[in-house]
Design a protein around this ligand. Structure first.
Ligand code: G3H
Ligand code: ZN
Length: 287
């Protein structure tokens, strides 16, 4: 069931758990994530970066595939189709394509410009029943060409953006896209607590969910994080399982080269990663 992310995140905030956002790249990713969310009776958010949208030949293709698959798989849990780290133009394209949620990542603009553009997009999204996420501070590292410096968010700037009526707020708290380096100092819970203090009852989003230790995830949820984004970890588990299949020579046995066989171990690995995250985030059984 395709829905906006608002209700699922408000429920998560009230229930002290987090909804997983898992990024999709193709049919296999989408199917694996949808089936696992359904199996676990968990609400889920399918994230689509601008790069992944382009790879899948455009947001219209993505929306058509997700809508059709949601129906053909008989998915009954709430599913939001969400633009991840969207540009201003990308947000309009996804609204037009039929996404149910958007993220406007205006974190690289001066705060006044971020406020101006976010205000406009909040109005447009809400008039059409979509949810909208905004970002303050920046997430470190790189994701699909979006590069962040990783500075912690200013709690007052978070309040200015939250007051515009966004449905969820991504605040940089030392989180990084991709693998965390060995010398990573960890999440800044001081920043998270200060942001929470300023913004009150608004779901917070934790990007860079790959590889954050379980105790930090749980502490972040206890401090108001209601949505956690995971991308790289599914890619790593898919790549690892596929490598093992090929290294074992299974692609050379019988019809092992058939993509439906070749890609199956990777799909199972994505399902296992999504299962682990849904359990860790506490969203199993919350649909
Ligand atoms: O926006 C998506 C993410 O923040 C995912 O980050 O690739 O480090 O899991 P990740
Ligand atoms: Zn992100």
């Amino acid at each position: 069931m395709l829905v906006s992310a608002k209700e699922m995140l408000d429920n998560a905030l009230a229930g002290k758990y987090a909804v997983g956002q898992f990024n999709i790249n193709n049919l296999e990713w989408t199917k694996s994530i949808l089936l696992t969310a359904q199996e676990m009776n968990a609400p889920v958010i399918l994230g689509v970066s601008e790069g992944a949208g382009k790879y899948m030949t455009g947001f219209e293709t993505v929306a058509a595939m997700v809508k059709a698959m949601d129906k053909s798989l008989g998915i009954t849990v709430p599913v939001a189709l969400h633009l991840d780290h969207g540009t201003y133009e990308g947000c309009y394209k996804c609204i037009k394509a039929g996404f149910t949620s958007i993220m406007f990542d205006g974190s690289h603009y001066p705060i006044d410009e971020n406020i101006k553009k976010t205000t406009e997009l909040v109005n447009v999204a809400h008039n059409l029943g979509l949810s909208i996420e905004a970002e303050v501070g920046s997430i470190g590292g790189e994701e699909d060409g979006v590069i962040g410096m990783g500075e912690c968010a200013d709690p007052d700037e978070c309040k200015s953006i939250a007051d515009l009526g966004v449905d969820m707020l991504a605040a940089g708290i030392g989180n990084i896209h991709g693998k965390y380096p060995a010398n990573w100092p960890g999440l800044s819970f001081e920043t998270l607590a200060a942001v929470k203090e300023k913004i009150g009852d608004m779901p917070l989003v934790l990007h860079g969910g790959t590889g954050i230790p379980a105790d930090m995830i749980q502490k972040a949820i206890s401090l108001g994080v209601s949505k956690i984004n995971v991308n790289t970890e599914c890619q790593l588990s898919f790549a690892d399982a596929t490598r093992k299949y090929v290294e074992a020579g299974k692609d050379l046995e019988g019809k092992g080269f058939d993509p439906r066989k070749l890609l199956a171990p990777g799909c199972e690995a994505i399902k296992e990663t999504v299962r682990e995250k849904i359990n860790l985030f506490g969203s199993a059984g919350k649909a």
